[in-house]
Design a protein around this ligand. Sequence first.
Ligand SMILES: *Cc1c(COP(=O)(O)O)cnc(C)c1O
Length: 259
Amino acid sequence: MASGTQDANGTTLKQRYLDVKSRIAAAAVRAGRRPEEVMLVVVSKSGSVDQIRELVQLGQADFAENRVQQLLQRVAQVDEWRARRAELGGQAPPVRWHMIGSLQRNKVKKAVECVRLVHSVDSLRLAEELQAASVRREAPTEVLVEVNVSGEGSKHGVAPGAARHLVAQIETMVNVRARGLMCMAPLEGGVAAARPTFERCRELFEDIRHSGMGGERFDILSMGMSADYEVAVECGANLVRVGGAVIGPPQVTEEPEEA
Ligand SMILES: *Cc1c(COP(=O)(O)O)cnc(C)c1O
């Protein structure tokens, strides 16, 4: 979609982006926090590369994808665009990528090369895979432990009771660093079901943090998507992952990841 083009709802990408930003800020203030304490990660999985570029020019730096293949493609496309802009003497604002989908073992190596944060670590095996793949990185790969708070079988994530143990195991790894927790609201039940889930995750996060596990840098609580990011911020999220509310109607269709 071209810049400034309205979609079926009669809004532009810029309007939706600014609306989400201001709603996050208002929710933060309601919760007695400063707006800058909440990071917005735009989930670009259903968006176009044009939209990503437009958002970068609006000052958005953090983007998330849930499939490694599309992540790698987009990293390359956006890097090329930034390099071209820099050559022309223009500004090339920084872009950081987040991996939020389940990570297949054979794709770990490629993913760690280009991401700032992996939100979806839910097993010791995956953490070990990340450790092995990160040996050549200058800095440790930063990860969140994904918790299946609501206990839905269809979801990824460790049981709340196992999260602390996984964080402790990651603590022993030199090249992986646990930065916090990630969770999703139940698929059903809307905002009413989201709130207790988010509150429970927040408690778990504080428990782990106050036990000193994960060290000082265990400080990211990633929760909230388009339907519930304001509730998540009220419940203590300091990172929200918002796709549709910014992107609008999908620009690309999601395909299952190749094996
Ligand atoms: C797709 C996705 C999001 C964003 O969802 P929207 O409803 O489009 O905001 C957030 N987190 C994860 C893990 C996702 O897969």
